[in-house]
Design a protein around this ligand. Structure first.
Ligand SMILES: Cn1cc(Br)cc1C(=O)Nc1[nH]nc2c1CN(C(=O)N[C@H](CN1CCCC1)c1ccccc1)C21CC1
Length: 346
């Protein structure tokens, strides 16, 4: 087991749960609270010119606080590595869940898709586009609730979500026609297309456009033609059709999606999300922390609000808050008191 000095006493690393190009993700335990976390470990030399993606992802995750966006607790940077300490989703990838079930019923698909729409509508309302929405980037937590991950390609155009983007990115299979054509595009519109592909995958158990040969894949996407299996209801077909429109101007908007009867289940209540970008202050959690590090609760809160929200204090506060919201006791391992004190008063 490789020891990372930067994590010593703060996080106990366990098994590797994912490894991609320039990073790997390991399961770990936040020592002070005993809570499980997932740590994305990136070697700076391996990152190369992908280095800016780490900053993009960290800045986005510091702002985006939503129950269906995988939360960032802490960022640790050493001269050789970045460590992103994030929410652990023990249900694995939505992709594997669909494969396992072959396909999902319309009601199961609706439950999952509602959560994706809520997260994406929230992101768009804050000017962020994900640009890489795909089943591999949607994880399940232990209650089978969805969590969006991989914001390394997300965009927050300076001129707002309605500003055009040009970078061609993401995976072709889920990419909108205008994006693979290298045209200028709107992040909001390409996210709608990718969500259409996601909804299709949920309901059908396979992808609308798929081909091992990239040229053929492009042709299929640009044709906008896909199979409609017999089991799809007319409402499902119409919703998918409204999202997989080749011309982005004809595509349903996120606002229309939030009140679409297929999603709201004919209730007039449109998809909801809370515009949260600040932590909620919890006095019980603050007093638990103050008992450890001897600081007054109000001073801990002041430091939290003024911090860049990626330090151990923030991680401990958020993980204690998670525990409280799950009805667990707010205990802190006594062995870590001095380490916690050192980290928090540092
Ligand atoms: C697959 N799996 C099975 C179980 Br059980 C738990 C998991 C799991 O991955 N859980 C989990 N919780 N929190 C995370 C993860 C994975 N994970 C990830 O960020 N996973 C992504 C997965 N991407 C999908 C397409 C390309 C890479 C990743 C990024 C870089 C390197 C490796 C993996 C986080 C940290 C946010």
């Amino acid at each position: 087991m490789v020891r990372y000095a930067a994590l010593k006493g703060l996080y106990d690393l366990e098994k590797t749960i994912g490894s991609g190009g320039f990073a790997k993700v390991k399961l770990a335990t936040h020592v002070a609270t005993g809570e499980k976390v997932a740590i994305k470990i990136m070697e700076k030399t391996a990152l190369g010119d992908d280095l800016p993606r780490v900053k993009v992802e960290v800045e986005a995750l510091k702002t985006l606080l939503h129950q269906h966006i995988c939360g960032l607790y802490q960022v640790i940077e050493t001269e050789s590595h970045y460590f992103m300490v994030m929410e652990y989703c023990s249900g694995g990838e939505l992709f594997d869940h669909i494969v396992e079930k072959n396909k999902l019923s319309e009601s199961d698909s609706r439950r999952f898709f509602y959560q994706i729409v809520s997260a994406v509508a929230y992101m768009h309302s804050l000017g962020y586009a994900h640009r890489d929405l795909k089943p591999e980037n949607v994880l399940l937590d232990k209650d089978e609730n969805l969590k969006l991950i991989d914001f390394g390609l997300c965009a927050k155009p300076k001129m707002g979500i309605q500003a055009h983007l040009y970078t061609s990115c993401g995976s072709p299979t889920y990419a909108a026609p205008e994006l693979i054509m290298g045209k200028k595009y709107l992040g909001s519109e390409v996210d709608i297309w990718s969500m259409g592909v996601l909804l299709y995958a949920l309901l059908c158990g396979f992808l609308p456009f798929d081909d091992n040969n990239l040229e053929n894949l492009y042709k299929k996407i640009l044709s906008g033609k896909y199979e409609e299996p017999y089991w799809l209801s007319n409402n499902s077909k119409m919703l998918i059709k409204s999202m997989l429109q080749i011309d982005p101007a004809n595509r349903i908007t996120i606002h229309e999606l939030c009140r679409h009867p297929w999603i709201t289940g004919n209730s007039l209540k449109s998809v909801s999300f809370i515009h949260r970008t600040e932590f909620e202050k919890d006095d019980e959690v603050l007093s638990t922390m103050s008992a450890i590090c001897g600081e007054k609760s109000i001073d801990i809160w002041k430091k939290l609000v003024q911090s860049d929200r990626t330090d151990y204090r923030t991680a401990t506060y958020l993980l204690l808050l998670d525990r409280k919201l799950r009805g667990l006791s707010l205990k802190i391992a006594p062995t870590t008191r001095s380490r916690l004190k050192q980290e928090m008063n540092g």
